[in-house]
Write a protein that binds this ligand. Structure first.
Ligand code: XIL
Length: 372
């Protein structure tokens, strides 16, 4: 008798375990891909228990929203400021989260001194290559063992596939990209290396990025993945977006969704992008949801996110991470870009830290047989 009660209890416990469904994104996506968030320093040091629990429970990966960019890490030549990046790594280690380094070489948020000498004149190719090397060596070595992979070069290709005519490009030439990858690999041979860019749904950008992957590989450079930033809007063509994902994978790299957010606001001039230097004047008519998001719009956003995660789950063999660019709507850079002072609703958690409707759906999708 006793034995059968024990057996029954054991069977029930087993069924219980097997039928227990994950309720958070972190649990649900555990065997699919990393699910991440970008953190600003205020969030990293926040003592708000609810916020810290939300970050820990929902995400398996983190990335610094700003504090690992060159202007912060090396504000003056030879003066390094690792404090905030270190604090991000401390938090991630406490939470058991993977850290991505963002980003080594980018035309934006690079310190001005990088490109000029003490008289304000543009530096030579040799000087800039040396500065790139010093920066990459110092930063990558500092975070060795703490950062799993680096966005080595960010946004070096235009929408038409040409190289962006950045100061790195103009002073060094197109091989600045190859050099950056080489230096990063020398500094930490274990670190994964990524190329990261926005507007990846555009066919021109797709072709340019594929040429870049092939060039890096032909020169024996390590490149593990292409990061698709994914600052999307309702008019982002998802067929083109998925085609880019497939094309990058076919070129022999993994893919990552590195900066996911969905703006529900009208774009002032039609086309979507993430060129951080873009800025348009505030107008009331392009800030329609200041007092709240109508149900129909919230539903449209939920549906769009579900379509995105359907793509992600179908690619989980080659897609290694999906990272939201922020935690809650209130913290999103989209409230200030490309127009300052608007109210956007782009992320997975609302201003009160409540998950959006789509979160429950994607958690269920991740565990459904359809994607196994
Ligand atoms: C953004 C940050 O979110 C803002 O806080 C900052 O003012 C500007 O940069 N592409 C990138 C990110 O690679 O680093 C950018 O982050 C958003 C676009």
């Amino acid at each position: 008798m006793k034995r059968s009660v024990f057996l029954l209890a054991a069977v029930m416990a087993t069924i219980g375990v097997f039928s227990q469904k994950a309720t958070t994104m972190r649990e649900a996506f555990a065997d699919k891909f990393l699910i991440g968030t970008a953190l600003n320093t205020r969030q990293v040091v926040s003592r708000d228990k609810a916020l810290q629990a939300l970050i820990k429970d929902n995400f398996s990966a983190v990335v610094a929203e700003n504090c690992m960019k060159a202007e912060v890490l090396q504000p003056q030549e030879g003066v390094f400021n690792f404090k905030d990046g270190d604090r991000l790594c401390d938090l991630a280690e406490k939470n058991g989260q993977v850290v991505t380094g963002h980003c080594l070489i980018w035309h934006s948020q690079a310190p001005r001194w990088f490109f000029t000498d003490k008289d304000g004149k543009t530096v030579s190719r040799e000087v800039l290559v040396q500065r790139m090397k010093d920066h990459i060596y110092k930063v990558v070595r500092h975070y060795k063992g703490r950062v799993k992979g680096w966005d080595v070069v960010n946004e070096a290709i235009e929408g038409n596939g040409d190289f962006r005519k950045s100061r790195f490009y103009k002073i060094i030439g197109p091989d600045f990209i190859r050099l950056a990858f080489q230096f990063a690999h020398e500094a930490d041979p274990e670190a994964e290396l990524y190329y990261n860019d926005y507007g990846m749904d555009s066919p021109g950008k797709r072709e340019g990025v594929v040429r870049l992957i092939k060039d890096l590989k032909a020169h024996g450079c390590r490149i593990d993945a292409v990061g698709m930033q994914s600052h999307v809007g309702f008019n982002t063509p998802l067929d083109e977006y998925e085609k880019s994902m497939d094309t990058f994978i076919a070129a022999g790299v993994k893919v990552m969704v590195t900066e996911l957010d969905l703006s529900v606001l009208p774009w002032p001039k039609g086309n979507y992008g993430a060129a951080v230097e873009t800025n348009f004047e505030y107008q009331k008519k392009i800030d329609p949801y200041k007092d709240g998001l109508p149900k129909a719009k919230a539903k449209e956003a939920d549906d769009f996110y579900i379509k995105l995660f359907d793509i992600y789950l179908r690619h989980s063999k080659d897609l290694t991470r999906v990272t939201f660019w922020g935690v809650t709507d209130g913290d999103s850079w989209k409230n200030g870009f490309p127009v300052r002072g608007r109210t956007d609703y782009p992320l997975a958690f609302d201003r009160k830290m409540k998950p959006k409707g789509f979160v429950k759906t994607i958690v269920e999708m991740a565990q459904s047989d359809k994607y196994n």
